[in-house]
Ligand binder design. Sequence first.
Ligand SMILES: [Zn+2]
Length: 196
Amino acid sequence: MSAELRIPLDIKEVEIISTELTKTGQIIIEVESTLDKTECGICGEEIRCTYGHGDERTFRHLPILGMATYIKFRPKRGECQKCDTNPTTTQVVEWYQERSPHTKAYDQWLMKQLINTTIEDVSMRENIGYDAVIGALDRQIDTKVNWSEIDDLGTIGIDEISRHKGRKSYSAIVSCRQKNGQTHVLAVLPDRKKRR
Ligand SMILES: [Zn+2]
C-alpha cells in the first residue's frame, strides 16, 4: 500500500460523495451541496431545495499532483410555494459561474498560468481549448479582488496577453508577487491596445 494524502478541496459548502482516478490519469470528484436553501428566481424569497436535482455538470478544477481534476455536481432545485405557478429554481452556489466549464478557482489559476506566456501555451499545457482560456480571461474581467488575502502588494506586474495571433487585440493581467512568494491576480483588463 502506497502512502496516501489528504488535501483540502478548496470549494466551500460541498461534501465529497466519491472520488475516482481514471485509467487516463484524471481525477473525478463527485460533490453535493451542503446548502439546502436558495432564492426563488421569480420573487426572490428564500426557498428550501427539496425539489430534486438539475442535470449533472462537470467542471474543470485545480490540478492534483499534476493530474487534470474534474468536479462532478448535480445542483439542487427548490420549488416556490409563494409564487402562483410554483416555479422551480436551481440553487446558485458560490464556486462556479453559470455557463462556465471551470470552477472559479480554476479560472483564477489559469490567469496565473498566463503570466509570462501565451494563451496557446496554456491551452496546450492544460490540454484545454484556446477558447476555454479566452472564456476564463473574459470571466475574470471586472471581477473583484479579495483584498483580505493580500498582505502586501510586493512587485506589481502587467502582462499583455495577445488574444488572437497577428491581431492587435490584447488583454492585460495585472498581478502582484508578495514577499512570501505568492502571486495574486489583481485585475484582468479587456482590449488594452485595440486601435480602430
Ligand atoms: Zn417565488
